[in-house]
Ligand binder design. Structure first.
Ligand SMILES: C[S@@+](CC[C@H](N)C(=O)[O-])C[C@H]1O[C@@H](n2cnc3c(N)ncnc32)[C@H](O)[C@@H]1O
Length: 310
């Protein structure tokens, strides 16, 4: 199904995508937790890292962070609006000259030589949007990596509860009064989503077995000129470990950012987030709890993995 790349390209090239994505941590608590987890992991694994490839780097959340830490970063993304936003933010942070921006698809990394980068990263699911090429894409990311790889992909065990909870994103809204269009949509559609919901064993079993979110209806929407969400391949934890091992990655560690926070209601999450000491302590503890491999599958929607090549 080579539609994935076309659908992904149309979605991420929407003109407002870069702007919207750059505000995610101001609007959703699960995004704060996930980005915070990844940031903590990156910052304590920078020994011997001078060059970085960020695949599906978006508006630069991590490419800019690493450039600020002195790394030479290749910021690679399929979306021009994302790259434009990242350039604007990199300039504001004074690291534009530390970052090489490349527009391209993860499905085609042949321009990069073997072992070109000390660290290769790809966060918040770009790999999952390359279905049916996700395994090959992981192989290519490993091929261009010399020392360390860190990925986060869509998590199958993490996504399955979505199918029994169409209002799951509401739990993580930081400020119900904000102007963000997605926040407004979540609030306005809440009653209707509950009203029209019915649990479908066929749907959960299908996702459990096949791992695919989307397919025929996304293709039909795309063919009608619409902009559906990407066809997304979700990984099981053991499946991801096996793929990484196949390509020679060692010392693999998994984590499930968001697993701890999932157990808390919105009112308490908001209260914690609005107190700087509690927020910082909570994010530290989430990082510890969510790093326990026994909860990695229950991360919010991403499965985090890291490993070494030498
Ligand atoms: C959810 S954003 C994540 C951005 C960033 N990695 C982060 O964690 O903040 C996903 C990014 O992947 C990019 N992307 C999606 N499919 C891609 C593909 N096939 N090749 C390269 N980039 C892709 C999108 O344009 C978008 O910027």
């Amino acid at each position: 199904m080579d539609y994935s790349r076309k659908i992904s390209e149309r979605l991420w090239n929407m003109p407002d995508k870069g702007e919207l994505e750059s505000h995610r941590e101001e609007t959703f608590i699960d995004d704060i937790i996930q980005k915070s987890h990844i940031e903590k992991e990156l910052l304590c694994h920078l020994d011997g890292i001078k060059t970085v490839f960020d695949g599906g780097a978006g508006c630069g959340r991590f490419s800019i962070l690493l450039a600020k830490k002195g790394c030479a970063v290749t910021h690679f993304d399929i979306s021009q609006p994302m790259i434009d936003k990242a350039k604007e933010l990199a300039k504001k942070d004074g690291v534009l000259d530390k970052i090489t921006f490349v527009k391209g698809a993860l499905e085609d990394l042949k321009d990069f030589n073997d072992k070109s980068f000390d660290l290769v990263i790809s966060f918040d699911a770009p790999i999952s949007y390359t279905y049916p090429n996700q395994k090959k894409v992981i192989g290519e990311l490993i091929r261009i990596c010399r020392k360390r790889i860190m990925l986060s992909v869509s998590s199958r065990l993490g996504y399955l509860p979505y199918l029994a909870n169409p209002i799951q994103k509401n739990q993580f809204i930081l400020d119900e009064t904000c102007e963000d269009p997605f926040v407004k949509w979540c609030i306005d559609n809440k009653a209707n989503a509950v009203e029209s919901f019915h649990f479908s064993k066929d749907s959960v079993m299908n996702l459990y077995k096949e791992g695919l979110m989307g397919g025929d209806s996304e293709i039909a929407t795309y063919e009608d000129g619409g902009t559906p969400w990407c066809i997304t391949y979700t990984f099981m934890p053991d499946e991801l470990v096996d793929i990484l091992k196949t390509y020679g990655v060692k010392n693999i560690k998994l984590a499930g950012p968001g697993a701890y926070a999932r157990t808390l209601p919105n009112e308490l999450l908001v209260k914690i987030m609005n107190d700087s000491k509690q927020r910082s302590d909570f994010l530290d503890f989430c990082h510890l709890y969510d790093s326990n491999p026994f909860v990695c599958g229950m991360g919010k929607d991403n499965l985090f993995a890291q490993g070494e090549l030498e």
